[in-house]
Design a protein around this ligand. Structure first.
Ligand SMILES: [Zn+2]
Length: 143
């Protein structure tokens, strides 16, 4: 599952954007949708990996059995999306470069599986090192 999100992150990077990808799977492991952060590409701060995948999934009757997979721990905005729509499970590629709302989600009863992927950690660390201003803007931190 993480591979689908990583593939999206790589697409974003190739487009000159922030390498964060996400994918949504059903409980049988079938891919529902995927997407990536397009803040830079579209000049739209609301397009995070998770929100992109969420929109591409279209309307769903229930999110309880869906799995949100993301290369990086979800920010507050995306953690809010997970809680608002009631995703039961979130799979996180890594939470080393950014902890996001992982603990807040766990406290709310969301199952969060952190894979601590060395590939995800390296991809994000390299990007933050190279583009600190764009990264800080993405997470709402002053430059
Ligand atoms: Zn986000």
């Amino acid at each position: 599952m993480l591979e689908a999100a990583i593939e999206e992150a790589r697409k974003g990077l190739a487009e000159g954007g922030i390498p964060i990808g996400a994918a949504i799977f059903d409980r049988h492991g079938r891919l529902v949708s995927s997407g990536h952060n397009r803040r830079v590409q579209e000049d739209d701060p609301s397009i995070h990996g998770e929100t992109d995948a969420f929109r591409r999934a279209g309307r769903q009757r229930s999110y309880r059995d869906l799995i949100m997979v993301t290369t990086l721990a979800p920010c507050w905005y995306c953690s809010g999306l997970v809680r608002q729509f009631g995703f039961g499970t979130v799979v996180v590629g890594e939470s080393v470069n950014f902890g996001g709302g992982v603990e807040w989600l766990r406290e709310a009863g969301v199952e969060v599986i952190d894979l601590a992927s060395s590939e995800c950690i390296a991809m994000m660390a390299e990007y933050i090192e190279r583009e600190p201003v764009v990264w800080n803007e993405d997470i709402g931190e002053p430059a």
